[in-house]
Ligand binder design. Structure first.
Ligand code: GLA
Length: 392
């Protein structure tokens, strides 16, 4: 759908074509390496995608917020003077949670007409929820002229909304990448201090390919919170002996000296993943500085193995897709990306084997799992922004 058609839908829904809405966009993200490290105060290396969520928004003179999306048949009117109450299992909770956060900051809200449209593959683990949250947060701050909130404040606000309103104990990676992404750059983020650097990520002769397992991720949220809990158990076992509050503060070599402090073998493996993954991110960043893509790919492969064996968040679908990718000459790295339990893999594939990769890995995956994977060529793009149009 182009912008004109999108605007037409807005006016069909909300009328009054003389009053122009503004258009905002927030991307999805893919994480290159550094998985399940963010809520442990560790390092991550995500980048923003060309796919994302568009939002047309216009102020109303009353307290009604009218939400709609072009993605499925859904329209709702919400009276904000009644407060913000989570709706059962509904998409609206993502934007509503952001209104709730603005309200908590005592920012005077008004009514709006809002029409969303997303092109991020559904339930793929490419942060469609963070994208909806960030586009809403950025649009509200812009529409209400709240100049005191910078992009990083909106990132933090979106994370609070996800933790408090949605109820997922997620870390900050998704919102950060969605907000702060930059074309042709990966974001090297320290999730403890929020210091970050944009690292050039240019794949001469290679493509970054995202492959969706198309497996329904039913248990993802509960398993995710379970892993967060296990990491807390690891820290509880270590803290009486060493003054640390996050697994991310523990060095890779140090861990091998102290790992026996964690008695529970399963919990020890969870910590081993987080701490080794943290080191892999540091190594991956120096690979990018040295332009050593082959070694970068090897680190991606090692990341997958650790997520499979130590963290146990992969499953047959992700493992099959990654193993099929590893078999192909010219695929220099492949791993699951995001929370796991389904969702997507990310691979670095030489230009001249992209077609082969899609067919061979796709066919073998279908044969082994009965599911059909979808493939996307990722373009590393800019973060959340307003799109200025000539005529709306
Ligand atoms: C999900 C969460 C992120 C992060 C990843 C795993 O995407 O939203 O905060 O924890 O899983 O790395």
């Amino acid at each position: 759908m182009n912008i004109q058609e999108f605007q037409k839908l807005f006016f069909n829904l909300y009328g009054n074509p003389q009053k122009t809405p503004r258009l905002f966009f927030a991307p999805g993200r893919v994480n290159l390496i550094g998985e399940h490290t963010d809520y442990n105060g560790g390092f991550v290396l995500p980048c923003a995608l060309q796919y994302g969520t568009y939002l047309l928004i216009r102020k109303r003179p009353d307290n009604l917020v009218r939400f709609a999306t072009t993605n499925f048949d859904y329209k709702i009117e919400y009276d904000i003077s009644k407060g913000y109450v989570k709706q059962q299992g509904q998409w609206i909770n993502y934007p509503l949670g952001i209104f709730d956060q603005f309200d908590k900051l005592k920012i005077g809200l008004s009514g709006f007409d809002m029409l969303f449209s997303g092109d991020i593959p559904n339930s793929a683990g490419l942060s469609s929820s963070a994208s909806i949250e960030m586009v809403t947060a950025f649009a509200l701050a812009s529409m209400l002229n709240v100049t005191s909130l910078e992009m990083t404040d909106l990132v933090n606000l979106s994370k609070r909304s996800e933790n408090e309103f949605i109820g997922l104990d997620c870390g900050i990676m998704d919102m950060f990448a969605v907000g702060m992404g930059s074309a042709d750059h990966a974001i090297f983020l320290n999730c403890l201090t929020l210091e970050f650097k944009r690292i050039p990520f240019i794949l001469n002769g290679y493509k970054l390919i995202i492959a969706n397992t198309n497996k329904k991720r039913g248990l993802a949220d509960s398993k995710y919170n379970e892993r967060v809990q296990e990491c807390k158990e690891a820290i509880d076992a270590i803290r009486p002996h060493i003054p640390v509050n996050h697994l991310g503060e523990i060095g890779f070599m140090q861990f091998f000296k102290i790992q026996e402090l964690i008695e529970d073998e399963r919990v020890r493996r969870r910590a081993r993943h987080v701490i080794s993954e943290n080191q892999r991110v540091l190594n991956a960043v120096s690979c990018l500085h040295k332009n050593d893509l082959l070694q970068f790919g090897a680190l991606m492969n090692a990341s997958h193995e650790s997520l499979r064996d130590n963290y146990e968040v992969t499953g047959i679908e992700l493992d099959t897709l990654v193993e099929e990718a590893w078999k192909i000459n010219g695929v220099i790295g492949s791993r699951m990306t995001g929370a796991g339990f389904g969702g997507c893999t990310v691979s670095i594939v030489r230009d001249n084997v992209v077609e082969k990769f899609i067919h061979q890995a796709g066919d073998n995956y279908r044969q082994k799992t009965g599911l059909t994977a979808s493939f996307y060529i990722a373009e590393v793009s800019d973060g959340t922004r307003e799109i200025i149009t000539e005529s709306v």
